[in-house]
Design a protein around this ligand. Structure first.
Ligand code: PEP
Ligand code: MN
Length: 373
């Protein structure tokens, strides 16, 4: 059960203490307080764990300072959608909004290679009105002899360049908790010219200790990729690990599933699950067409498979697109064969906008249909 307090109802309000005292007297009930301190207001939720079936919802709702009480199902306690759950989805980070109702594109390099390529990428993004990018500094590679990313050494110049080109959020994968510390230190030392969304990759979806550590910090939001060989439920529970530790600023990423059934794509594209994740949880949903498809193959209609699956995800309501670009893909140190070219960026963005507009029209159509029923 979640007791949602009225906005700005914090420790200083006498009603807050009264509510906690009231709940403390209930047998076999433990409370856990979660606060979201936003620019406009502070939202407080009290999670009740234990014998909640015995509690009277309306009695708690009648307490001064209580806005609403939601009975939660066992699944995805923090991130799930529950009955009568009218809570908003998503969050804002560094001036960029992430929710189930909007869309952000994160086009960028799979892996940071050199300042020249990073700057070319950032300039193209700025020239096309973009605020977000992807830049890998720590790369989990199948082959131990492959390039592993420049690591912490590249962080200061990547952050400074990103700030210079007006980038607000960089999606950056981490594979170890030391990477989190290195990113935080580099952001701090450079005066936070940009922001970072920590990416937990498909190979680490169930690295529970990493999830707990990342979940304990609330400064940086997290993009959690779905595990490529586990069930959707297992991946959503991994997201719940982050949230249960305190960080709910999570975007859930679909990136294709590992099975030869998906051939000739690198992975079996799973973007049909965009609306499913939105129904089960309140997380914004990201699609990664590059790591799903893995090639620049083109259909007879002239469109790349990457563009086709991007449109499929966006028309199904995706909220974020993570996509590989590179100024000179033949020189990319990781995933060159799937990278789009800078000259394709305006085309790609327009194609995404067409699919988004179609999604919004379809949503309107569905709403009008349901109103009439
Ligand atoms: C990536 O986005 O660079 C990446 C390695 O993705 P995934 O974890 O989905 O393979
Ligand atoms: Mn990659």
């Amino acid at each position: 059960m979640i007791v949602i307090l009225k906005p700005d109802m914090g420790e200083k309000n006498p009603e807050y203490r009264q509510i906690l005292d009231f709940l403390a007297h209930k047998p076999n009930i433990k409370t856990r307080v979660h606060q979201e301190i936003g620019a406009q207001q502070t939202l407080t939720e009290i999670y009740l764990i234990g014998d909640t079936a015995a509690l009277d919802k309306t009695e708690i709702e009648s307490l001064p300072g209580v806005e609403r009480v939601v009975r939660i199902s066992e699944e995805y306690r923090v991130l799930g959608r529950h009955r009568d759950d009218g809570r908003a989805t998503g969050f804002e980070y560094n001036g960029v909004k992430f929710s189930q109702d909007n869309l952000n594109v994160f086009a960028g390099l799979c892996a940071v290679d050199n300042p020249e390529h990073v700057e070319m990428m950032l300039k193209a993004l700025r020239d096309n009105g973009q605020l977000c990018t992807r830049m890998g500094a720590y790369k989990p590679r199948t082959n131990p002899y492959s390039f592993q990313g420049h690591g912490k050494d590249c962080l200061p110049w990547v952050f400074e360049l990103a700030g210079r080109y007006g980038i607000k959020v960089i999606a950056m994968e981490i594979t170890h908790d030391s990477h989190l510390v290195e990113i935080q230190e580099a952001l701090h030392k450079t005066g936070k010219p940009t922001g970072v969304m920590l990416q937990i990759g498909t190979r680490n979806t169930q690295n529970f200790e990493l999830l707990k550590i990342v979940g304990r910090q609330r400064e940086l939001p997290v993009l959690l990729k779905r595990g490529f060989g586990i069930t959707l439920e297992e991946s959503l529970n991994a997201a719940e690990y982050l949230a249960s530790e305190g960080n709910r600023n999570i975007v859930f990423g679909l990136r294709g599933m590992k099975t030869n059934m998906g051939d000739p794509h690198r992975n079996f594209v799973d973007f049909a699950h965009v609306p499913v994740v939105k129904r089960l949880t309140r997380m914004p949903v990201c699609i990664d067409p590059s790591h799903s498809v893995g090639t620049r193959d083109r259909a007879p209609d002239g469109m790349l498979d990457i563009s086709h699956v991007t449109a499929q995800g966006v028309i199904a309501g995706a909220n974020m697109v993570l996509v590989d670009f590179h100024p000179v893909p033949t020189k990319a140190l990781v995933d060159g064969p799937q990278a789009l070219l800078l000259e394709e960026l305006p085309y790609f963005l327009e194609d995404v906008a067409i699919a988004r507009e179609a999604y919004e029209k379809r949503r309107e159509l569905a709403r009008n249909f349901l109103k009439k029923k």
